[in-house]
Ligand binder design. Structure first.
Ligand code: ADP
Ligand code: F6P
Length: 525
């Protein structure tokens, strides 16, 4: 991956490192521009790279003075830092559909992205990458514990996912959530150009729309929730429920993954704030009309398809197949999160092996599960449980060199994932609740020969789009076993029939379409 270029002050082409000095002072160094003499005409001429650099510099200066006309706010930045062999801090773009989808708009509009760089050390001063300004927000250790691990991931995350783990309501976590949301709002208020557009992402920043509106009534504000939004019966548990609804209502447009979530939110504006929502709008107390609708997010489908056809993927496929032996493959790819239903999947698999519905000589379950949010208690507990169960299945059904479950507890790169998607006869996506789930769309986009079986939980947002998947209820172990068996035995013709409709859908409704739909409704094209 190419390192992020620091061009804020015109650093030379190819020099992308942010030096230690720059990190400390926040002042990147820069070279004088080089000028070439054209020997034929005798005139001075800047080389092309230099001209481009000057253009970028000009753009950066303009942005510095006037602010950004399109801003994205998300808990995380779309870049990761690393230290190179010379001890310099470098940044590389983290792969992800969201940044890819928003990139054209960020470039076109002199955009900026505000977010947390991860970790608790002092982040660098704002810098530019590929036509986008990156504005890091600092979080202290206490912020991480109370805003990120606490309120975001031990209160809101479980509450919004059916309270399948008991949400914790801690008043100091709430105070920290307010404080950090205010920090993001302040940064956006400082960064946004007069009349600009600010697009806020996800559950970690639900108070920012209202906070920002108070600071900058001139900007247009959009908000998109990537995770589910619960019904009143659950949401009512939240001691600060009114504040959250009011916080979101500061936006001009609030987007959800599915219609039911948008409906849940609109109902709350009536029940908690006494407003009168209609089908897709609600008029806030200050008289603003707020649009509330569903915008199902997606992936860069063509990019996945291209990757799945690449020579690198072919090479990996050969390697994986020889390592896995002559067995058919069931695949799971998830962050290690209790919402993903990994435990149920393992139970189904174990029982099917025990019942003789699957033969351990003929099948292997490959489960990729990088640990996530490890300092949150429920995640640490899940990791222990999953690892114990994997050990149990391998002890009972594996043979030396041929485990029944091939468990990969780390992140894979996209090429590795695409290779796994290509060789998986059966992909199991079995969340108990999921806002959308992108893994299942990635599997579909990677099935370049049009066959394969997607087992998909009814409780993933994606199930409302991929109706030709083998839908299942992850609470019903016997029902899931039957669905897995049916899919396992499905004819090539049946597989292709289902996959073809799903592929059409995923290619038509890709992340670019998502971005253009929501940004269009937000008033920018
Ligand atoms: P969530 O956002 O809750 O983790 P999604 O399915 O919506 O779930 O998105 C997960 C994203 O992370 C997908 O793009 C997927 O490819 C990626 N991902 C999931 N597991 C891994 C892994 N083991 N290695 C690398 N990327 C992963
Ligand atoms: O799906 C919700 C989400 O917050 C994504 O935006 C993010 O990529 C993923 O979960 C991982 O979460 P975290 O940023 O907490 O590691």
């Amino acid at each position: 991956m190419k390192p992020v270029k620091n061009v804020e002050k015109g650093s030379p082409e190819g020099s992308s490192a942010i030096t230690k000095q720059e990190v400390q002072t926040g002042n990147p160094t820069y070279d004088n521009k080089s000028i070439k003499i054209n020997r034929n005409t005798g005139t001075y001429q800047e080389n092309n790279a230099e001209t481009n650099q000057n253009k970028q510099q000009h753009k950066a200066d303009k942005m510095e003075q006037e602010g950004s006309t399109f801003l994205v706010l998300a808990n995380r930045l779309p870049v990761d830092s690393y230290t190179d062999e010379n001890g310099n801090v470098q940044w590389k773009r983290s792969p992800g559909g969201l940044v890819t989808a928003l990139e054209p708009m960020l470039k076109k509009r002199e955009g900026a992205w505000i977010g947390w760089a991860g970790g608790t050390s002092e982040p660098p001063a704002p810098f530019r990458e590929d036509g986008m300004k990156i504005v890091p927000i600092q979080l202290t250790q206490e912020d991480v514990e109370e805003y990120y691990e606490g309120f975001s991931n031990a209160t809101l995350w479980p509450l919004y996912h059916d309270a399948m783990v008991t949400p914790k309501f801690d008043r100091s976590w709430w105070d920290k959530y307010v404080e950090v949301n205010q920090r993001f709002a302040d940064a956006a208020a400082k960064e946004a150009a007069e009349g600009g557009t600010v697009f806020i992402q996800d559950y970690q920043l639900q108070l920012v729309p209202q906070m920002l509106r108070e600071l900058r009534p001139d900007v247009r504000i959009g908000f998109f929730l990537h995770i589910p939004f619960p019904p009143k019966e659950l949401f009512s548990q939240l001691p600060w429920r009114r504040r959250v609804v009011e916080g979101l209502l500061g936006a001009d447009l609030i987007g959800f993954q599915v219609q039911g979530a948008a409906r849940n939110f609109l109902d709350l504006t009536r029940d908690f704030l006494g407003l009168s929502p209609t089908e897709n709008t609600v008029v806030a107390k200050d008289g603003r009309k707020v649009k509330v609708d569903d915008y199902p997010i997606s992936i860069s489908s063509k990019e996945y398809d291209r990757l799945a056809r690449s020579a690198e993927v072919e090479k990996l496929i050969h390697r994986y197949l020889s390592e896995l032996g002559n067995r058919r493959i069931i695949l799971g790819v998830d962050r290690l999160d209790y919402t993903k239903g990994i435990d149920r999947r393992l139970k189904v698999y174990r029982e099917m092996l025990a019942d003789g519905m699957l033969d351990p000589e003929e099948v292997v379950l490959v489960q990729v599960a990088p640990p996530s949010r490890e300092r949150v208690e429920s995640y640490a507990k899940l990791r222990e449980e999953v690892e114990r169960e994997v050990g149990g299945i391998n002890g009972e059904f594996g043979r030396f060199g041929l485990p029944a479950v091939d468990y990969i507890p780390r992140s894979l790169n996209r090429t590795e994932l695409a290779a796994l998607f290509r060789i998986a006869d059966l992909m199991m996506v079995t969340p108990i609740r999921d806002g959308m789930n992108l893994v299942c769309k990635e599997y579909v986009a990677s099935r370049i020969f049009g066959n394969g079986n997607l087992i998909l939980s009814e409780f993933a947002g994606a199930a409302q789009e991929l109706k030709d998947a083998w839908l299942c209820n992850p609470h019903d172990i016997d029902g899931m076993k039957e669905v897995v068996k049916e899919a396992w035995d499905a004819s090539e013709e049946e597989q292709k029939r289902r996959m073809s409709t799903m592929r059409d859908h995923v290619f038509e409704h890709d992340v670019d379409r998502w971005a253009s739909d929501i940004l269009h409704d937000l008033g920018i094209d």
